[in-house]
Design a protein around this ligand. Structure first.
Ligand code: NAD
Length: 426
């Protein structure tokens, strides 16, 4: 029989992004000496909902879609986390993303637990009406989980402010009055926050700048490559350029572009809006997503999907610093290689936390029905991001851990403490 002090082993875990999240967690939990019961509790999601639901398509046919909403932990407050629309969404991916949300909210000291949701769909293949019907039906299906004090979704890959508006409206219709605080990342006109649309990318820029200072890397003219040109990547690229860096490469799912003199990011945004991709931007050379990751730049910002920097390519990464706009872009094996090669990795739960920080501001504003201006939002965001980076760097210095391990250690410790203080019901 296993006793409470026996370590939980990696072999008890299962496969893929979820395995990766578990391996990160088990490593930290063992280092912290967490009791077996606490480790086991935090290794599994508190609740998981799978929904299979029909949607009427424009041609009159009916298609059945599969979606998920996972609450990893509610110990520190309502569950917070985005909703992803992507063909590769799986329960394991959603679980991993939900666990990372628990650690992210704890690291940033936001009064939230962690959640994530997703629908297995390529939203680009749906018409606007089909997308709205899918969103409204998915929202109705997961409404048993949602509540302004229970579970507050937000945008992620493949979803945006309009999708959040449809979710907020659907939820509100069933209750007979508007409930803006049930979702964040909404359009400003219905209770969204100014600054939220840019918050994740702004946070990436802010931690990159502060980390460059802290680790003695160049900043003015520093070269940057950004993988993924969506909400996070395009904003990060633009703000990094405005802050004085030279963004030499960006990419999206169709491929990448490279220009040694630097890309005009505002012009690339216009090109992508007009054509649907950064590919074919005039005056730039073509580069593949794999090549982009291996460019000799000062700062690499992965801002697409998980599992991009792995044992297979980590030794060829020539960036001096990686700032993780995406969730889970670097595998534990790659982390070890990067650490050996002296690459600074600012981990996802810190680097992309700007989104959930301003989501928190949005929720607070909605609950009090009193709104702040953008300067106030950006000032508060900068303070929290810079402070969190310094705290993580101090923990790293004191323990000899890398930044990811230090960040996870601070976060997991906070959740374990909350769990211990609350005790176990009944
Ligand atoms: P998005 O849908 O707006 O953009 C995703 C981008 O990645 C697109 O440019 C897409 O073409 C590209 N992409 C997709 N698959 C790719 C592939 N295989 N190779 C290269 N590029 C690919 O999504 P987003 O909101 O910008 O999210 C990007 C990442 O940031 C995700 O990991 C997400 O979880 C994370 N994140 C998002 C937020 C947020 O506020 N939106 C907050 C924190 C973290």
């Amino acid at each position: 029989m296993q006793v409470d002090r026996d370590p939980v082993t990696v072999a008890e875990a299962v496969d893929d992004p979820w395995t990766m999240a578990l391996r990160q967690f088990v490593q930290v939990a063992q280092r912290l000496g967490l009791k077996r019961g606490i480790q086991q509790y935090l290794m599994v999601p508190e609740r998981e909902l799978t929904v299979n639901f029909p949607v009427k398509m424009d041609d009159g046919s009916v298609r059945v879609f599969t979606g998920y909403r996972v609450h990893h932990s509610l110990v520190r407050g309502p569950a917070k986390g985005g909703i992803r629309y992507h063909p590769a969404v799986s329960l394991h991916e959603v679980r991993a993303l939900a666990m990372w949300m628990t650690w992210k909210c704890a690291l940033m000291n936001l009064p939230y637990g962690g959640a994530k949701g997703g629908v297995v769909v390529d939203p680009h293949t749906l018409s606007r009406d089909e997308l709205e019907r899918l969103t409204r039906r998915y929202a109705a299906e997961i409404a048993v989980f949602m509540h302004p004090h229970g579970d507050i979704p937000a945008p992620d890959v493949g979803t945006n402010a309009q999708v959040m508006a449809s979710i907020m409206d659907t939820y509100s219709m069933h209750r007979g009055h508007s409930i803006p605080a049930v979702v964040t990342g909404k359009p400003v006109v219905i209770g969204g926050s100014v600054g939220r649309a840019e918050a994740t990318g702004r946070g990436v820029m802010l931690v990159a700048r502060e980390a460059a200072r802290l680790f003695g890397l160049p900043w003015e003219g520093a070269t940057v490559a950004v993988q993924g040109f969506g909400n996070v990547g395009s904003v990060a690229a633009r703000l990094l350029q405005e802050a004085g860096c030279r963004v030499v490469a960006v990419s999206d799912v169709r491929g990448g572009i490279y220009a040694d003199r630097g890309l005009d990011i505002a012009a690339v945004q216009q090109h992508a809006a007009a054509t649907g991709s950064v590919v074919g931007f005039p005056g730039a050379a073509a580069v593949s997503n794999a090549e982009l990751l291996e460019l000799p730049v000062t700062i690499l910002v992965p801002a697409a999907l998980e599992g991009q920097i792995t044992a297979a390519n980590a030794s060829r990464i020539r960036a001096r610093m990686i700032v993780e706009g995406a969730n889970g872009p670097t595998t534990p094996e790659a982390d070890a290689v990067l650490a050996r090669n002296g690459v600074v990795v600012v981990p996802d739960i810190l680097a992309n936390a700007g989104g959930v920080v301003v989501s928190y501001f949005e929720w607070v504003q909605d609950l009090q029905a009193f709104f702040w201006d953008e300067a106030e939002i950006n000032r508060r965001l900068e303070r929290l991001m810079v402070q969190a980076l310094h705290q993580v760097a101090a923990t790293a210095r004191a323990t000899g851990l890398d930044l990811r391990q230090a960040a996870l250690q601070r976060a997991v410790q906070r959740v374990a403490e909350a769990l211990t203080v609350r005790g176990i019901y009944p």
